[in-house]
Design a protein around this ligand. Structure first.
Ligand code: ADP
Ligand code: MG
Ligand code: ZN
Length: 608
């Protein structure tokens, strides 16, 4: 609308300008002094005329003194005859050059018609503009249904080809996908033995574990075009758009078969159908149905393989997982220590590393990091090195980068008052001391009262090993560590601050899980409580459906409270008993703000 108004404005301006010029020119011709034919005869006899130009009926006269005049003559008779008839001296007429400029018919008509035509032309132009505008709008509206699929062609030299070499670890996943690659390359081999080829492969794993990367690597290995679209791009405001986009996407992929069609974030469309409230036929459902229809409609020799990725396999519609659809499921886990080292190596490429660098040590310090975190870590280290004007990346940059990725950037500007600093120091010392005093916890790597991300201070502990199972004892000790800050504040200052609220939240959450999810409460026994279900109604919301009585609900609350109060007692006993150590850690924190692992261990051993 704004555009249209602007165009109209511009047209009006042009119109005004042209009519102004036009009137100027025509005005000039009117300004010429008119003279009668008799007057002209007189001027000729007085030898004042230097030149006469005849244009049709118009006679333009140039006088010797440089002025111009005009007059009109009869149409039929030649000017010289008329002049003679009016008494001009024939010899004087001969002395004046008379030019007859043949006015072309076209210009005659143009000059006569232009004043009428011009407005018409402008109105026409204006209409054309309006129409074009409207058309463009209409095109945009219809273009909606076209898919937003992006294609990476293997011929395109610009995009770097991704292969399995660029993917560290994930050996099982690669093995499975090699089959897909082979099929894309030599389908005959499989058909000869009557094997049914997978149509869809579903990659399942937490964010950043390399799902997208792996899908690209498959297309790179097979050397086929790679179509990439995200599930959320199918979902639109208008019902039916998603479905036609699916149709369009599949049609494009089939045209260039063999090809890989990668649908990222499948969970955005592939949720349980009918989960939405109020009428079953929502947009998502139609889109999902269309995907199923397309996948079922593949001819046996359609060489299009659909690879899809999700981190929420639990909420996918079971129909998607039926044989003949996404029947291959490949689970991607977070990388273990060896994989982490490999991933670091891959991302160290192109970054000059110092000789003494030990990526193994970084891998040891980063359990729970995803591939994306590790790639981020290497990048942070490189940025850090550049900011220090160094030519290569060394351990001095890598180690702080681990913490930066883990906790967010340091907020050195977040200044604590002396009193706040004191509270933070004892609070963190409490966490650290309880942690170090319990046998099944992960060792403390660092204690700090420098604000970081959202935390005012932190006690960083990292597991020495990758862990897949956690025992009840470990959870209970973890709870005690979480309560360490709270217990210390109560002991030392006699009251609590808001600084513990995050600890309490985490502790309550964990305790509830122990009771309702892990069956770790002796009183309630080995069962889970409440079915978690995602309800899709104007956005996302997780509701826990209650499948137990009010009586049980009260018992759950009791058990949760018991876990937490027990943990608090444990913490309180430790900090009360080891008050001297607690004070020493806190004082050192106030002095240095950060204590590293070695120093902390020394204090604990009573050396410092
Ligand atoms: P996802 O799709 O699972 O969320 P991505 O495939 O987008 O994760 O991974 C993000 C980035 O993390 C990749 O671009 C890559 O740089 C890095 N990455 C993740 N996993 C690996 C891996 N196994 N090997 C090498 N790099 C990895
Ligand atoms: Mg991804
Ligand atoms: Zn705390």
């Amino acid at each position: 609308m704004k555009n249209l108004a602007k165009n109209i404005f511009i047209i009006l301006i042009i119109f005004l300008a042209i009519s102004l010029i036009f009137s100027l020119f025509s005005g000039q011709s009117q300004e010429l002094k008119g003279v009668t034919l008799t007057g002209l005869v007189q001027q000729i006899n007085e030898e004042q005329v230097s030149k006469i130009v005849i244009k049709g009926q118009d006679v333009n006269i140039t006088l010797r003194d440089g002025t111009f005049e005009k007059t009109t003559k009869e149409d039929a008779a030649p000017l010289s005859t008329t002049l003679k008839d009016l008494g001009a001296d024939p010899s004087k007429i001969q002395a004046v050059p008379i030019e007859v400029s043949q006015e072309s018919v076209l210009s005659y008509w143009l000059i006569n018609l232009l004043p009428f035509l011009l407005p018409l032309i402008f109105i026409g132009l204006f209409l054309w503009f309006m129409l074009r505008q409207a058309q463009r709008g209409a095109n945009q509206a219809f273009g909606f249904t076209r898919s937003l699929v992006r294609m990476l062609s293997p011929q395109d030299k610009k995009n770097q080809r991704t292969t399995f070499k660029d993917v560290a670890g994930l050996q099982e996943a690669k093995d499975e996908l090699k089959e897909v690659v082979e099929f894309l390359k030599q389908p005959e081999k499989f058909k000869a033995v009557g094997a049914r080829i997978p149509k869809g492969v579903l990659l399942v794993g937490p964010p950043g574990t390399g799902k997208t990367l792996l899908a690209r690597a498959v297309s790179g290995e097979a050397n086929v075009p790679f179509f990439h679209i995200s599930g959320s791009e199918f979902v639109e405001l208008f019902v039916g758009v998603g479905a036609s986009r699916v149709r369009d996407t599949f049609a494009q992929a089939k045209k260039t078969a063999p090809a890989i069609l990668f649908v990222d974030e499948l969970d955005a469309i592939g949720r349980h159908r009918g989960a939405g409230l109020g009428g079953g036929h929502d947009e998502r459902e139609q889109t999902l149905n269309q995907i199923l229809v397309e996948m079922d409609g593949f001819e046996p020799d359609t060489r299009v393989i659909v690879i899809s990725a999700t981190n929420r396999p639990d909420i996918l519609d079971p129909a998607l997982l039926r044989p003949g659809r996404f029947d291959r499921r490949i689970i991607l886990d977070l990388p273990d220590i060896n994989d982490r080292e490999q991933i670091l190596k891959i991302h160290a490429k192109g970054k000059p590393l110092a000789k003494k660098i030990d990526l193994r040590q970084i891998a040891e310090r980063t359990p729970g990091f995803s591939g994306a975190d590790l790639s981020n870590l290497m990048n942070e280290a490189a940025i850090f090195a550049a900011r220090r004007n160094k030519k290569e990346v060394s351990m001095e940059e890598l180690i702080p980068s681990v913490e930066k990725v883990l906790l967010g950037p340091e907020r050195k500007s977040h200044i604590l008052s002396d009193k706040e600093k004191k509270i933070a120091a004892w609070h963190e010392a409490g966490h650290a001391l309880v942690n170090a005093s319990l046998p099944h916890t992960d060792p403390v790597r660092k204690v700090s009262i420098i604000a970081r991300g959202r935390a005012a201070g932190y006690t960083l502990k990292l597991p020495t090993q990758d862990r897949h199972l956690t025992s009840k004892t470990e959870f209970v000790e973890e709870l005690a560590v979480l309560m360490g800050g709270y217990a210390t504040e109560k002991l030392v200052f006699g009251e609590m601050t808001t600084g513990s609220s995050n600890d309490l939240e985490q502790a309550t959450d964990l305790a509830r899980k122990l009771v309702t999810r892990f069956g770790m409460s002796d009183k309630l026994g080995p069962r889970t409580f409440g079915e978690q279900e995602e309800l899709i109604f104007l956005g996302k919301e997780i509701v826990t459906e209650k499948d137990y009585s009010e009586k049980i609900a009260a018992q759950i609350d009791e058990e949760v409270t018991k876990f937490i109060t027990d943990a608090q007692k444990t913490a309180q006993n430790i900090v009360t008993e080891k008050r001297a150590l607690l004070d020493r850690i806190a004082e050192r924190l106030i002095e240095k703000e950060t204590i590293e692992k070695e120093e902390f261990e020394k204090i604990m051993a009573g050396e410092a």
